[in-house]
Design a protein around this ligand. Structure first.
Ligand SMILES: NC(=O)c1ccc[n+]([C@@H]2O[C@H](COP(=O)([O-])OP(=O)(O)OC[C@H]3O[C@@H](n4cnc5c(N)ncnc54)[C@H](O)[C@@H]3O)[C@@H](O)[C@H]2O)c1
Length: 255
């Protein structure tokens, strides 16, 4: 069942808005939340991908919001669609982001810097700002997708590294400012994960080599990140606030 006509669902019955939901970590998150009984609003610029995910989620309540989450209008529209479809918004997962390594500060143009920061950091600000009144009303939760790159660095990817560090910092800032009103803000920081983004940027040999850095000896799967996001969004994490949870197979413990 889809759209506003669907009415309240079973399971948790709460509404979750997931950005970047047409592929990769966002798509896996949509599946995890659907299994947990959430009503879903899925936002992405890839309409065909969203339609595919909705078809895969047959039996769940799903509304699609095909907008650009890096713009004020797109972020506001996605939140508005959630509220008009289901009358509330309890969980926001900000997964929009990504990068293409290959440049250092020496050769990065200002336009490229601004584009990567908008993609990875400003999108989180805009989505959270638009959703905040509704999250306060529900005493809801935000889970942002940062990156291990933002904690430890990554070669030839300075805008991404800085923006993802900013996501973790912004999460803590919002926890301080808005946590007292009952909204929990947390982050996951994935290590390398097998998604379309990863396959665009790296060869199979490079992906295997990245996995070798983890204690577990492999890169992660999107579903493994989604499970951490689901936990952080839910009542099981009711005393977790402002944290960045690394989900990386143990990369952090090896350096
Ligand atoms: N894959 C990894 O190894 C990895 C590691 C650490 C962090 N991350 C982070 O996880 C998040 C998801 O990454 P992924 O690997 O699943 O990416 P992906 O490229 O596989 O999927 C990203 C999705 O975002 C959508 N999108 C792009 N621009 C958008 C916009 N402006 N508005 C709405 N949707 C938009 C795309 O259409 C796509 O469906 C990103 O924030 C990324 O930085 C990924």
């Amino acid at each position: 069942m889809t759209g506003p006509e669907a009415g309240r669902g079973a399971g948790t019955g709460r509404t979750a808005l997931v950005t970047a939901a047409a592929n990769g970590i966002g798509e896996a998150t949509a599946h995890a939340f659907a299994r947990a009984g959430y009503r879903l609003v899925l936002a992405d610029i890839d309409r065909d991908g969203l339609e595919r995910v909705r078809a895969d989620l047959d039996g769940s309540e799903v509304t699609l919001a095909d907008g650009d989450c890096t713009t004020e209008a797109g972020a506001a529209a996605a939140v508005e669609q959630a509220v008009s479809a289901y009358g509330e918004l309890a969980v926001l997962v900000n997964a929009v982001g990504g990068s293409r390594p290959g440049q250092t500060v020496a050769d990065l143009t200002l336009d490229e810097w601004n584009r990567w920061v908008a993609f990875n950091l400003t999108s989180v600000f805009l989505m959270c700002r638009a959703a905040l009144p509704h999250l306060v009303a529900c005493r809801g939760a935000v889970v942002n997708v940062a990156s291990g790159a933002g904690l430890r660095g990554m070669r030839a990817n300075p805008a991404y590294v800085a923006a993802k560090a900013g996501v973790a910092a912004l999460t803590r800032a919002m926890a301080l400012d808005h946590g007292p009103r009952g909204v929990r803000f947390n982050c996951v920081a994935p290590g390398p994960v097998r998604t379309p983004l990863m396959r665009r940027n790296r060869t199979e040999a490079e992906i295997a080599a990245m996995g070798g850095v983890a204690v577990l000896g492999r890169i992660g799967e999107p579903e493994e990140i989604a499970e951490a996001i689901l936990w952080l969004a839910g009542d099981g994490a009711s005393y977790v606030m402002g944290q960045t949870v690394e989900v990386d197979g143990g990369v952090a413990s090896m350096v």
